[in-house]
Design a protein around this ligand. Structure first.
Ligand code: FES
Length: 320
């Protein structure tokens, strides 16, 4: 289950910005007065507020035990809608950065064995996971792919630190990751953690189809492609705390209806990928359209991302 939202809204400073791979900068953020930062666990991300209305999520990739700083690695996205371009081109060392979070929708579960699969910048949430797992007696391996060796942030550091547990597989040397070899045979007591571009995540999902349910843990930073398959319908939403009932028409989200009614809700991505708008559902069947909740969380039917998810029936009752 995802952890509840903690949002303290921090004004931090970009203390350091360093290039760690082709097209990737590592950003170190600290409180200007040196205060310890809120705690986090491997898999957590923070929101960076990058200029007018631009909010982007980045996985924390440093050491959770070091409360003096947050570190995130940012890839320059060729299709950037402004976030990565701002970090790469405009944000200078010493400048203030507004941060929300941390939040964790990709928590590390206890297991005897971990198969980590990372693609490109998807290595970032995996880094603190590996450090945490390596400090236990659990077995683990990392399969890490990227376009070229030079584009794969932290690849050589990982290989130096952990040797044979780490398989670096740049595409220009090895081709696509050999997922059938890794996932072809379901392994008892193993869990799979993956983060990376959508084609990799889709391939890992397909590769894990025969694995026991609950084995696969993945994090998306772009909305899943097949989410809007069902036609949109009109339904009612009851806000249990105020007893008000709102109509959510086909052309609007639950979030819009709630905001139009003047009820404040925390939001960030508004695409169903960050988990900020997660809202408790007291009754009604949910049409989940987010990329955050896993199969079991969806089946529990007690929480939803109101920026994208809707009702399957005529009515939902929300804890708002
Ligand atoms: Fe990001 Fe709804 S605002 S999931």
């Amino acid at each position: 289950m995802s952890t509840p939202s903690i949002d303290v809204g921090l004004d931090l400073v970009a203390e350091r910005k360093e290039t760690v791979a082709d097209g990737v900068v590592l950003l170190t953020l600290r409180a200007p007065d040196g205060r310890p930062l809120p705690q986090w666990q491997p898999g957590a991300h923070i929101d960076l507020v990058l200029g007018a209305g631009l909010v982007r999520q980045y996985s924390l990739c440093g050491d959770p035990a070091d409360r003096s700083r947050y570190q995130v690695a940012v890839l320059r996205e060729p299709e950037s809608r402004g976030g990565s371009r701002h970090v790469h081109d405009a944000l200078a060392e010493g400048e203030p950065v507004r941060v929300h979070g941390p939040r964790n929708h990709f928590p590390l579960v206890k297991a005897k064995k971990y198969l980590f699969i990372a693609g490109g910048i998807g290595i970032t949430p995996i880094l603190p996971m590996i450090a945490a797992v390596n400090a236990t007696r659990a077995d683990w391996t990392l399969l890490y792919g990227g376009r070229t060796r030079a584009s794969m942030a932290f690849g050589e550091t990982l290989q130096r630190a952990y040797g044979k547990r780490v398989s670096l597989r740049p595409q220009d040397e090895y081709g696509l990751l050999d997922l059938p070899a890794l996932l072809g045979k379901p392994q008892r007591k193993a869990v799979v953690y993956t983060c990376g571009p959508e084609p990799l995540l889709a391939a890992v999902e397909a590769g894990c189809e025969k694995w026991p349910s609950g084995t696969l843990h993945l994090e998306r930073f772009a909305p899943k492609q097949d989410l809007a398959a069902e036609p949109l319908t009109t339904f009612e939403v009851e806000l249990a705390r105020s007893g008000r009932t709102l109509t959510v028409s086909e052309g609007m989200s639950v979030l819009e209806a709630v905001e139009n009614a003047g009820v404040p809700v925390m939001t960030s991505c508004e695409e169903g990928i960050c988990g900020t708008c997660e809202t408790k559902v007291l009754s009604g069947e949910i049409d989940h359209r987010d990329s955050v909740l896993d199969e079991q969380e969806r089946a529990a039917g007690d929480t939803m991302m109101i920026c994208v998810s809707r009702a399957k029936g005529n009515r939902l009752v929300l804890d708002l």
